[in-house]
Design a binder for this molecule. Structure first.
Ligand code: CA
Ligand code: CA
Length: 326
């Protein structure tokens, strides 16, 4: 609208627009046509006012827009700074996370290595366990077999204690006599005292020990009965487990007990540590035997001990504990 008005004014004032246009800035020409200029100025004022108003409006608008933009810029800068701070913090966190991740990777690798080693060791242990289980199984089978054999052996051993006809069982093996929960054996073959003791030990016992008058009576009676049952043998006496080999006169039982003065059953004039003329080259009499009495029940029949040379050949009396039958 403003442009159309300006053209209309120009067309009504200038007959030769080209010429006027070429002299538009010529002050001398302006002075020659003052009426036309005043006319033009009066017609341009509203336009200028409008233009100025519009320009002012635009200026204010642009100013407001600039302020708004500057404010937004400021806000954006604040936000940007905040985001930058946040970004930096995030980067630091990320670096920490990455460092932690590296450490976790190291730990993980170490754990995997340990697990691998443990797995190998576990496999080895499993193999050992399998071998041990197989060995245990084999041993159990062998044990069962041995138990079977032992049971059979034990039964046959126990049967030795029993009469197969009467099923009466003794607590002592055949050939042994029971007394005071002990079993006594009188050998049919004479031996030296040391050899005799070894044979008693091999049978699970030792040479007999006299702990009481009852023991003495029982053992002396055994020798007496043996002589009666074997009148053809030259039975002199039988070793018991008493000796004074270490110190003359200091008698000890094979059990380690010292001879008690209240439990002694020496023959008259014994012990005399005598050396027979035919044994002059031997040591004194340091081992004790029971000499069978001529009669049982006489006044001094229990006093049957005699010390004789240990290297002499004598029968011998052994003892063991009696079996416990349940
Ligand atoms: Ca002696
Ligand atoms: Ca003597």
């Amino acid at each position: 609208m403003a442009d159309q008005e300006e053209i209309a004014v120009s067309m009504s004032c200038d007959e030769d627009p080209v010429e006027n246009a070429s002299n538009a800035n010529d002050e001398t020409e302006e002075e020659k046509t003052p009426g036309c200029r005043k006319k033009v100025q009066s017609s341009w004022q509203p336009v200028l006012i409008v233009i100025l108003t519009v320009a002012l409006f635009e200026k204010n608008h642009l100013s407001d827009l600039l302020k708004k933009t500057l404010q937004e810029k400021t806000e954006l800068e604040v936000v940007n700074r905040g985001l930058t701070v946040h970004l930096n913090a995030t980067r630091e966190d990320l670096e920490l996370v990455e460092e932690k991740n590296r450490q976790l990777n190291v730990t993980l690798n170490e754990s995997l290595r340990v697990i691998s080693m443990a797995s190998a060791e576990n496999k080895s242990l499993r193999q050992l366990l399998d071998n041990e289980q197989q060995t245990t199984k084999d041993l159990a089978a062998t044990n069962q077999q041995q138990r079977s054999i032992l049971s059979s052996t034990r039964l046959s051993f126990l049967w030795r204690l029993c009469n197969s006809d009467t099923l009466q069982c003794s607590r002592c093996l055949p050939g042994w006599a029971e007394h005071d929960s002990r079993c006594f054996f009188l050998s049919s073959v004479p031996q030296k005292w040391e050899v005799a003791r070894r044979e008693c030990l091999d049978m699970g016992g030792d040479l007999a020990v006299v702990s009481s008058a009852a023991d003495q009576a029982f053992l002396t009676n055994m020798t007496f009965q043996y002589v009666r049952q074997h009148p053809q043998e030259d039975f002199l006496s039988a070793w018991i487990g008493l000796q004074d080999m270490v110190k003359e006169g200091a008698y000890f039982w094979v059990s380690g007990l010292k001879l008690h003065s209240n439990v002694t059953y020496w023959r008259p004039q014994e012990p005399n540590n005598a050396i027979a003329q035919w044994e002059a080259d031997k040591a004194g009499q340091d081992c004790v035997t029971i000499v069978p009495p001529d009669h049982i029940g006489t006044e001094d029949w229990l006093n049957s001990w005699d010390d004789i040379v240990c290297l002499g050949q004598r029968h011998f009396l052994c003892e063991t504990a009696a079996f416990i039958l349940v």
